[in-house]
Structures are given as C-alpha cells and as structure tokens.
Design a binder for this molecule. Structure first.
Ligand SMILES: Cc1cc2nc3c(=O)[nH]c(=O)nc-3n(C[C@H](O)[C@H](O)[C@H](O)COP(=O)(O)OP(=O)(O)OC[C@H]3O[C@@H](n4cnc5c(N)ncnc54)[C@H](O)[C@@H]3O)c2cc1C
Length: 645
C-alpha cells in the first residue's frame, strides 16, 4: 500500500515569522498534502503568566501580520488560532484533521518543556510523528549546556567556547515562496473551556475575559482574539509587532553600516528617545517575528566588510545576541530553579525584603510574597508606579509601564535601585513587574539580568551602585528624558531636574509643581490652584546605599547559595545578625524566606537603619566576590555617550 501523504500541523509558538524558520522548513520538506499553520490559545498565558495589555497587543499584531503573510503565499491558508489548551486540543485535532506529523520550534522555557513533553506523549499515543527544530536562539541551549560540561552558561566566554565546539552559527534560511493548502478545517468536537481562576491577570482587565467563547472565535474564522475579547485595558505602547515591521527595522539598521559595525552597548544613551539608542528589536526576538540568525548574520556581514575598527563581543551587537544565548543556556540547565533563589545552586542567597512565598511541597515560588516590612512594601509600590521622588527612576518606570520597553542601562538603574542599591527588595519582585510590563519579556533574559543586577548570579561587584542623580546626568544634563516621562517637572531648571526637592519653594511654584507628599494622591493639582505635585524622595539615597552595601557585604561573607540546606530549612537566620539590612531576628519562619513580622512603624525602622550604616570600604578587594567575567567592566560602565544617527 502506498504511504499516505503527510498531513502536517505546523505549531507556531516562539517563531511568528516565515523567514529563517528551520522548523517550518522541516515541515515543508515533508512535502505535505496539507499544512495547517496553527496557534493554540493556551490558558496558561491568559490566566497564569503575568502579561499586561502592551505585550498582548504585540503578540496579536505578530499573529495578524503572520496570518496575512501566510494568506499572501496561499489564499486558502492563514494562521489558524484555535482556542483551547494544547494538551486537550491536540488529540481531537489529530483525529479531526487526520494528521500524520506535528512540527514545531524547540522551546526550552521551564513551562514549555513540561507542556511539550506532554504533547510529545499525546502525539506518540496517536501515532503522530513529531519533528522539533532549534530556531529560537543562535545555538540549541541544551547543546550549549552539553558543551559547557553540563553546566549552565554563566559568562560570554563560556558561550563562545561551547559555541566553538558546536560549530558555526547557521546561515538564515529564506522564507518559503509558497505554502500547501491546509485541507478541511472542521472542528466537529466539543471545546474544553479552561478554569478562569486563579487569574493572575485580573488586574490587567477592565472587562470580562471572553476569549474562549468558541474554538474558532466569535466569527468562526480562527482569528486571533482582540484585546476587547480578553477584557483587557487598552494598550498604550507605541511599539508595533509583526514580521513585516521587524524586517523593515532590520533593514534600516543594516542601512546604517557605521552604527551597526561600531555599536558598543555601554556607549548607547539610556536617556535617548525618539529615536532610542539601541535597536529595539528585543520584542521581535521574543515573539520570533525576527530570527536571531537573520539578525546575527546581517550584522556580522557588515562587520566583516567594515573598513574601520568594528566593535567586538561582548559590547558589539553580535555580543548582545550572545548574552541572550547565555541566559537561555543557564535556564536550560536549571529549569524552574533558574527563576528563583530557593533551590537554585547558582544564585546567592541574600535576605532581601519582600521575599517570595514558597510552596515547600513543590519547592517552587508561588507568585505571592511575604510582607516582612510595611516600609519595604511601600517602597516597592512607589518604585513600581514611578513615585519614588527620584525623577530618573520614576521616568524609567513610567516609560516601562506606558511603552513596555526601556533601554538596557535604564533597566540597570531601576533594578539596582530596587535591590542592592536602594530598597534592598528581592530581585524576584522586580522580575515580576518586568514580566508584567515588558513587551520583550523573555523569561531567561529577564531572570538572568535581574540576577546579574542584584549581584546574586553572573555578576558580583555589588559595591558598584548606580546613583539616580549622577548617572543620568552623564547622559542627559538637561533632563529631557525626565521632562518627557515626568511631565510634572517639565518646567524645572536643569540644575534641579534630578533633585527637584532641593529647589526653593518659590521656584517650585514658578515652575508649576510643588515637591511634597508621597505621590499617593497622583500628580493632580494641589490645593494651591494650578500647581502640580511631585513626591519627595522616599529616602536619603546616600544613607540607603550604605545600608545596602553593608547588607550585601554581610550576605557575601555568609556565602549561602539558594540550594544550601540552611536556605531550604530556614536555619539561615542563625547566620545573619542584626547588623545586616532588615529585620532578621528570630529563628523560626518559613523556609527560604525572611520571618514574616509585624511592621514596627517607620520611626522604629528609621532608627534601625541609622544603627546599621557602618561605612563599607570601597576598595575592590574588599568584596568576597567571584572572578570577574569578560565584559562586565564595560557593560555597565559609566562611559561616554553615543547617539544613534
Ligand atoms: C533587569 C533586566 C531585565 C531584562 N529583561 C529582559 C527581557 O525580559 N527580555 C529581553 O529580551 N531582554 C531583557 N533584558 C536585556 C536587555 O535590556 C534588552 O534585551 C535590551 O535592552 C533590548 O533592547 P534592544 O533590542 O534595543 O537591544 P540591543 O542593544 O539592540 O541588542 C540586540 C538584541 O540583543 C539581545 N540582548 C541585548 N542585551 C541583552 C541582555 N543583556 N540579555 C539578553 N539579551 C540581550 C536582545 O534580543 C536585543 O534585541 C533585561 C535587562 C535587565 C537589566
């Protein structure tokens, strides 16, 4: 009997593009009789992963653009968005569409691995052949780990060494010129509706979530859901998704050969906007609307033919892509443990404020946190909502919330401020806010960079703290960035733009904004008529910095990692005395986390803090840190500015 011709589901997930898709090529190489390009609308992301309206919008843009591109190649085809969890949907789809093969791009995120293991099992049971290809990163993260002696990749030089063993990064594959018909798209089966609770994204909604009304959507046309169907608040980001836009952006970048060949990340201004100083291709990398190899080779070819001195990894553009692979390699080796301190052998244990709540039966963080200090909780909320009273920090956090993207050194500034260089709050809280608001949120990169910035992994020079005043001044003396994102301060003289609380009250009045309060009333008009209000700084930065340094120094001296028995069973408390930052007294409490305790009031807190300000020597030799990895000096260095032309 002749073999039946393949009937293939191509499952889009991390690869919303047609160009350079090794998995799509593998699907087409099967010469299918029918090719079904599908997206499964997975309730995990709708209800259980933090995603704000801006990232939803970017995703939907990417899906709509891809669908149109598919239809251009074959008017009978499109991206078929099917609204059910893949685990329950696939067995039904396999039967209904008489599928022989399932093809997809490999995803090494912790949740995705679990999901895919299950799907592979289901496919096997149904007699379906599964084809999986790497395409999301320059190297297969599992292969990187294997070539790094089975260990997580923790530096660029490790990625380069492991990469050299794997071989040259593959050249991109052109987009297909045609696509096979999809065949019948009947859905003669019931829909398994997901449980709507718990809904971690409830705060993102102002309407009812209704995206699971039917399998093929309200019009039966397999369209991607709209923000309205998701009950989401309106998106505010100016950044648009889709392969068409991504390829145009890459083309504009490569037209600017000088910029591309000489790009050095530490010389790009975090205060630049309109245009920003870096490529802003990260959300396209996240959704796969741009292939990382297309990006890499477009840049490398320009570098190779550049007449002058081209930049090199780690600061060059290709170096940035290697950083991305480094974090994917670290995540691939550690799985869920990578995303938390608890049970993570690579992560230093530091008794931060607002530690994660841990489910000791699974060893995983629950997504909730303990409020060990009402002051820290207040600081966290003020940081999150851009009301710290430090205009540089507030401008960045407001840009993040509104636009979903901030420059890398801006991310450094706010991450350092929240953790070891200001609030002494757990990096996991910051990573959650970024997860909610970034349009480029990439679990591996977000987690890894938060660990880097908080000096819990990858980087250890905790005595290098970003000042919210001196650092932005190096880039933007006039404070244009602050004026853009903190409009209350628009009229302030540049002398006070980063320290508005120092301006004489008469001048504050003249410039239309009074510096007072904690910002909880918003920037609304004060009782003085037309004047705006901007909050006072939430603490004395210099004093707080010293407290943090002392805490870090102490935690480094104690030297625990997240998988230390004493972290797991909670006896770490015996090792931290009261001279460290924060309340650590008491020997009982939940494992891995600080003792939940009553707030002792601001006055008492202030008194505690003044007793813990022992100055820390600022010499480099004083930190009990690990060896410095290549690129660390320059990456967050405070060096001369370079604007995108
Ligand atoms: C606390 C913190 C959290 C971060 N969270 C994320 C995240 O969730 N997703 C994300 O993609 N990046 C994250 N980054 C890394 C980096 O800030 C962004 O990738 C970068 O700013 C995106 O802008 P761009 O595309 O203009 O970058 P460019 O400078 O133009 O770099 C080109 C590409 O290289 C990659 N890249 C650059 N820097 C890094 C880096 N440090 N780590 C990993 N990849 C990098 C990105 O894909 C980026 O698009 C984070 C950084 C910090 C400090």
């Amino acid at each position: 009997m002749p073999m039946p011709k393949p009937r293939v589901i191509y499952w889009f997930r991390t690869d919303l593009r047609l160009h350079d898709s090794p998995a799509l090529k593998a699907a087409l190489d099967l010469k299918p009789e029918s090719l079904y390009p599908i997206w499964t609308w997975d309730p995990h992301y709708v209800y259980r992963a933090r995603v704000g309206p801006n990232r939803w919008k970017f995703l939907i843009d990417c899906q709509n653009d891809l669908s149109q591109s598919i239809t251009k190649l074959n008017p009978h085809s499109k991206l078929f968005v099917v609204r059910e969890a893949p685990q329950t949907l696939f067995p039904k789809l396999f039967k209904a569409w008489r599928i022989t093969h399932l093809v997809f791009e490999k995803d090494t995120d912790a949740y995705a691995r679990d999901r895919d293991t299950k799907i592979i099992e289901i496919a096997k049971e149904a007699g379906i052949e599964v084809v999986i290809k790497t395409g999301r990163t320059l190297y297969d993260p599992d292969e990187l780990v294997k070539q790094n002696k089975g260990k997580p990749t923790m530096s660029i030089s490790q990625v380069q060494a492991a990469g050299a063993k794997i071989g040259e990064i593959a050249r991109p594959i052109p987009a297909p010129k045609s696509l096979p018909d999809p065949g019948e798209t009947n859905l003669d089966f019931g829909q398994e509706r997901p449980l709507k609770t718990p809904d971690i994204n409830a705060i993102q909604r102002n309407g009812e979530e209704n995206s699971y009304s039917t399998l093929a959507g309200p019009n039966g046309d397999f369209a991607a859901p709209t923000l309205e169907e998701l009950g989401l608040k309106p998106a505010t980001t100016p950044h648009r998704g889709g392969e068409t836009i991504a390829l145009r952006m890459l083309s504009d970048l490569s037209d600017n050969e000088e910029y591309t060949a000489t790009f050095e990340k530490p010389k790009t201004a975090p205060t630049a906007f309109d245009p920003q100083a870096t490529t802003l291709l990260s959300p396209h990398m996240h959704f796969g609307s741009l292939s990382c190899r297309e990006f890499y080779w477009r840049v490398q070819d320009i570098v190779d033919k550049h007449k002058g001195t081209a930049s090199q990894p780690p600061t060059s553009l290709t170096g940035q892509l290697l950083f991305r692979d480094m974090y994917f390699g670290a995540q691939a080796a550690l799985g869920y443990a990578f995303g938390q301190t608890y049970n993570n052998p690579n992560c230093r244990f530091i008794p931060w404020h607002l530690p994660s709540d841990i489910d000791t039966s699974t060893g995983l963080i629950t997504g909730k946190h303990l409020t060990d200090s009402a002051t820290a909780q207040d600081h966290f909320q003020r940081w999150k909502h851009g009301r710290t009273g430090f205009p540089w920090i507030d401008a960045l956090m407001r840009q993040l919330q509104h636009e979903g993207w901030i420059h890398h050194l801006g991310r450094h500034a706010v991450a350092s401020f929240l953790t070891r260089g200001g609030c002494y709050i757990d990096w996991e809280r910051g990573a959650e806010v970024f997860e909610e608001w970034l349009i480029d949120h990439e679990a591996a990169c977000n987690i890894g960079n938060w660990q880097w910035l908080s000096c819990t992994a990858f980087f250890s020079q905790f005595y290098r703290v970003y000042s919210p005043i001196a650092f932005p001044q190096k880039w933007d003396k006039d404070g244009d960035f602050v004026r853009r994102y903190v409009p209350e301060l628009r009229g302030f003289d540049k002398k006070y733009i980063y320290e508005p609380w120092k301006a004489p009250v008469a001048d504050q009045r003249k410039w239309g904004c009074l510096v007072r309060g904690d910002g909880s009333g918003g920037s609304s008009t004060s009782e003085d008529g037309d004047l705006l209000v901007y909050p006072k700084p939430m603490f004395d930065f210099a004093a707080q910095r010293e407290i943090c340094l002392q805490g870090m120094k102490n935690a480094y001296a104690v030297g625990l990692r997240g998988d230390d028995k004493r972290v797991l069973d909670g006896t770490w408390r015996k090792l931290f005395d009261d001279s460290a930052e924060g309340p650590t007294e008491g020997e009982s409490g939940p494992p891995g986390a600080m003792v939940a305790q009553e707030d002792r009031g601001e006055a008492q807190q202030a008194q505690d803090e003044t007793t813990t300000t022992t100055p820390v020597p600022k010499t480099r030799g004083s930190a009990a840190g690990t060896k410095r990895a290549a690129g660390q000096t320059t990456l967050d260095g405070l060096v001369t500015r370079k604007k995108k032309k």
